[in-house]
Design a protein around this ligand. Structure first.
Ligand code: ATR
Length: 265
């Protein structure tokens, strides 16, 4: 049996938990494979490096759009999203997928039935999440601090801080980087009070940090999640693409989950 080789491309890449996740799954399932980190400052050689050295790969910030552009074929929701995070080497052809969006949807499903969602932010993450939620039949509203990027959300109800109107949403999702470095909420306090007074659940896509957004949600006794499950689920879906669905989601989950447990070896 040929040993399989996988990697993750990104810049920076040091912090990435993906190698740990995939290595736990590879070892747990007794597979002959390795998963490395590839630090790539520019994306121009991504396709060559991938096809010459790897059976499959993940792509993280800032190369997801560039990878999309270099694929021989893009499959599934990635076509609409315009970004890929998973690559498969199919007989020397680079095939791209996006498991971030589906992984996020699965993490939302853990809360139960969701019919309406409000997404804060209008960048790349918001685009991917709003697309998948809409495709799954959820009514999505997008709130952003400024108008400019809302132009990309033609098929959605959109508000900026000025035009914001109160209404109920089953879930509020923060995709902005507010709270990552500074102690900021993603919208002014009066809007946040109104949002948390009119929702059941809250998710911040930031992982491993209790942001002011999540802190405030907890003050309102709203069940919350950070981005950890989204990260875990996109990894399982990528792994299943690497192994052509040989293993079920549930089979891979306990192994990959160990990567989030600091005591696991
Ligand atoms: P990503 O690809 O992670 O989604 P991005 O494309 O840089 O990141 O988009 C970030 C989004 O968060 C933008 O909509 C940005 O608002 P603007 O369109 O007005 O720039 C929003 N954002 C970033 N920092 C923010 C902050 N401190 N408060 C509120 N919104 C913020």
């Amino acid at each position: 049996m040929n040993s399989k080789k996988f990697t993750i491309f990104g810049d920076p890449i040091e912090h990435s938990i993906s190698p740990k996740m995939h290595t736990f799954a590879i070892d747990g399932l007794g597979l002959d494979a390795s998963y490395s980190k590839t630090h790539l400052e520019g994306a121009c050689r991504l396709r060559t490096i991938f096809l010459e050295g790897y059976d499959g790969a993940n792509v993280t910030v800032p190369h997801k759009e560039a990878a999309f552009g270099q694929c021989d074929e893009v499959r599934g929701v990635a076509k609409e999203i315009g970004a890929v995070n998973t690559l498969i080497n199919e007989d020397g052809h680079m095939i791209g997928y996006n498991t971030d969006a589906e992984g996020f949807y699965r993490s939302v499903l853990d809360f139960g039935e969701i019919k309406t969602a409000l997404i804060i932010g209008a960048g790349g993450t918001s685009k991917a999440l709003s697309f998948i939620l809409k495709e799954k039949g959820i009514e999505v509203t997008v709130l952003n601090r400024s108008q400019k990027r809302l132009k990309d959300f033609k098929n959605f109800k959109t508000f900026d801080w000025e035009s914001y109107e109160s209404s109920y949403h089953d879930i509020i999702i923060n995709t902005t980087s507010a709270g990552l470095e500074e102690a900021n909420l993603p919208a002014p306090k009066p809007i946040m009070i109104d949002l948390f007074s009119n929702t059941k659940y809250a998710i911040d896509v930031i992982y491993n940090k209790e942001t002011p957004f999540l802190k405030m949600a907890k003050e309102y006794n709203i069940p919350t999640k950070d981005g950890a499950d989204m990260l875990l689920y996109q990894g399982i879906l990528a792994f299943n693409l690497f192994y052509h669905d040989k293993y079920t989601f549930e089979e891979v989950l306990p192994f990959m989950k160990k990567a989030f447990d600091p005591t696991a070896t």
